[in-house]
Write a protein that binds this ligand. Structure first.
Ligand SMILES: [Zn+2]
Length: 163
């Protein structure tokens, strides 16, 4: 197993550092309300922790690879059924095609997915997805930024700690 626990631990520590900075920002008046502080902290912890394990999506033995192997076709089926209002058989075919693409097109371990460009790209995709769901520009950009930060924490740990 490609060190999921170690990566998630470092993501949690990094996110606690960010929450501390946010709390200082709140005390200094940069973040006006306690509600904003709570929401930004919550999204920071979730996104940084997710980002800190996300690069190992390219390792076929990693739990996160297997989780997304279910999530990606599931999301495609839901989008086909609910948003595009296609019939169930066509939606299932889309899900199977998504599964084949996910499995066949995934680069090898520690190639493109383990680059800073992939981290920035993932943050951008998350920002766009969250903006389409929540509609809040600040929260979606913040979430994308946090995911990219967590992603970089993973890359740094792979590179310098050599786990
Ligand atoms: Zn890695």
């Amino acid at each position: 197993m490609p060190y999921m626990k170690e990566h998630i631990d470092s993501g949690i520590y990094a996110s606690l550092g960010v929450v501390l900075l946010l709390a200082i920002g709140h005390l200094r008046g940069f973040i006006p309300t306690a509600n904003d502080l709570f929401t930004m902290s919550l999204f920071a912890v979730i996104m940084i922790t997710l980002g800190s394990d996300l690069p190992d999506i390219d390792s076929r033995t990693a739990p996160i690879h297997k989780i997304f192997q279910i999530l990606v076709p599931g999301a495609v089926i839901l989008i086909s059924l609910v948003m595009l209002k296609l019939d169930i058989m066509l939606s299932l075919v889309h899900g199977i095609v998504a599964l084949v693409f996910y499995t066949k097109l995934m680069p090898g371990h520690r190639q493109f997915v383990h680059t800073m460009r992939a981290g920035i790209l993932s943050g951008g995709i998350v920002a766009i997805l969250l903006h389409s769901v929540f509609g809040s520009l600040v929260l979606s950009v913040w979430s994308g930024f946090c995911l990219t930060f967590g992603y970089f924490v993973h890359l740094a740990k792979d590179r310098w700690v050599r786990i």
